[in-house]
Design a protein around this ligand. Structure first.
Ligand code: UDP
Length: 318
């Protein structure tokens, strides 16, 4: 019998790629999104398909889905620092109330649920690279607290449903991910640097650029999530690319890749900006047989082509 999966945040960057993957695997996909940061353009190619349906709904409110459900992927949330600064209450609600609603739905439908957690649960980490056993260093009342604490609550309540109700749950801790369908204006380093490079603007590096991140291409992430969902492992698993780079070097790499004449300018470092971030992926390797395959060069080629296309389209609209 055909499997039915609910994907929240389906019109977003990750949700739309996951929708594509599960459609390709032969699932019936029910997408849900309140379109706060999601964009229907990301999934409009799925609308004509018989195996896809879409609900415009905010999962912070009671969620009703008719029929059986085998799986739920909870990917709805503002996810960039700029977004959750602008929408702190919605961010907290979707991670807490939204997760609670979806756990309740999973229980009622006897479905397996996978929730999207984040490397932000580690805060500004004092352990490097970050292993799943590390508890993190989070400022609950700082600007990132609304996201970090909502995601920490999400993990806690998900484990509570697992241990108390015996619900089948999965928790993925997602590290920085990039690729086509990322929003150009979400304030993140990668789309911002690419847009600045394409438009010949200064590249805005925050602080002295010595802070590090590790960037994973979206198809690698989707493969990791797919394997985790189908595994029998209920504890959190890091999925990300361990290739770490400083933000200054990253900006230089994008300047070289695009051949732009843009120059780096330095801006103040936002409060509580993590100094270093690199996933320890031993668990994903051992349990899921997963590791990233796409190099930054390869990922850049696809992402750059997408950003250029979007910027061209915007120009012709003006
Ligand atoms: N950053 C930057 N310039 C920008 C946007 C971001 O230097 O225009 C920095 C940011 O301060 C952080 C890193 O790039 O240290 C990655 O930021 P991003 O927003 O992509 O994600 P984060 O990993 O901080 O959630």
């Amino acid at each position: 019998m055909q499997k039915r999966i609910l994907i929240t945040g389906a019109a977003g960057f990750l949700g739309s790629h996951l929708s594509d993957r599960f459609i390709a695997e032969g699932y019936h996909v029910i997408g849900m999104d309140n379109l706060l940061t999601g964009n229907l353009a990301n999934i409009e190619h799925l609308f004509p398909l018989e195996n896809f349906e879409f609900y415009h709904h905010d999962v912070s409110k009671f969620v009703h889905v008719p029929g059986k459900l085998d799986y739920i992927l909870h990917f709805a949330s503002p996810a960039s620092p700029i977004d959750y600064l602008k929408m702190p209450i919605q961010t907290m609600k979707v991670g807490s109330l939204g997760t609670h609603n979806l756990l309740g739905l999973a229980k009622a439908k006897k479905a397996r649920i996978l929730v999207a957690s984040t490397s932000e649960v580690y805060g500004d980490p004092q352990v490097h690279p970050q292993k799943e056993e590390y508890w993190g260093n989070v400022n609950p009342i700082g600007p990132r607290g609304v996201y970090d604490e909502a995601k920490r609550f999400q993990e806690a309540i998900t484990m509570a449903y697992h241990t108390f109700h015996g619900l089948e749950t999965r928790i993925v801790r997602i590290f920085n991910t990039y690729g086509p369908r990322m929003r150009l204006n979400d304030g993140r380093a990668l789309p911002t640097f690419f847009r600045q490079a394409i438009e010949g603007e200064d590249i805005t590096v925050f602080g002295d650029g010595s802070q590090t991140r590790s960037f994973c291409y979206v198809s690698d992430l989707v493969e990791g999530i797919y394997r985790l969902l189908l595994s029998d492992y209920a504890l959190p698993v890091n999925i990300g690319n361990p290739q770490e780079i400083s933000i200054k070097e990253f900006a230089e790499e994008i300047i070289e890749f695009t051949g732009t004449s843009s120059k780096i300018v330095y801006k103040p470092l936002p409060k509580d900006d993590p100094q270093q971030r690199q996933p320890d992926i031993t668990k994903a390797q051992n349990i899921l047989g997963w590791q990233p395959r796409v190099s930054r060069k390869e990922g850049f080629i696809k992402t750059y082509a997408y950003f250029k296309e979007i910027l061209e389209k915007n120009k012709t609209l003006v």
